[in-house]
Design a protein around this ligand. Structure first.
Ligand SMILES: [Zn+2]
Ligand SMILES: [Zn+2]
Length: 153
């Protein structure tokens, strides 16, 4: 078996923010894409509940759905290719014949950047920015990078 890797691009909003979803409290928030890249984070803290987990566990449902549909597509292609090979190898056999037929089409789910009500908050501790809901902002947020609850107007 060989492994196949594929990349999923997560679209950022017009301010360059990418959506995440907390695996604990399911709250959605956004982080600045270039700030994540330059920080090399392994664990993220949820700005709402303050719990930490690996970045990959914070991918939103939409991203996971897209990843699944890409994986499904890849699997379909592999099975189809196997059948094609089989078809080729049995072509000269009169008693046994395989037809691969038409290639199945699995639509890839697109991620739409829906309009949300999230607002930008500056994290003074790490000099980074996140977007959370108005309510979460009022209650105070944890820094997604260091986990400190440090919010000032
Ligand atoms: Zn949370
Ligand atoms: Zn911080």
């Amino acid at each position: 078996m060989s492994y196949k890797t594929f990349e999923i691009s997560i679209p950022a909003d017009e301010d360059g923010y990418v959506k995440f979803q907390c695996p604990y409290c399911n709250q959605k928030f956004k982080l600045n894409a270039s700030e994540i890249e330059e920080s090399d984070v392994v664990d993220l803290y949820c700005p709402v509940c303050g719990l930490a987990n690996e970045v990959s566990n914070f991918y939103s449902d939409e991203v996971m759905e897209k990843a699944m549909s890409i994986a499904e597509n890849e699997a379909m292609n592999m099975i189809f290719d196997m059948f094609k090979d089989f078809e080729r190898s049995t072509r000269s056999n009169k008693n046994f014949n395989v037809k691969a037929g038409k290639k199945p089409d699995v639509p890839i789910k697109e991620i739409y950047e829906n309009i949300d009500e999230l607002i930008e908050v500056k994290l003074n501790c790490c000099d980074k920015h996140i977007k959370v809901s108005e309510l979460d902002r009022l209650l105070g947020v944890y820094c997604s990078y260091c986990g400190v609850k440090d919010y000032e107007e």
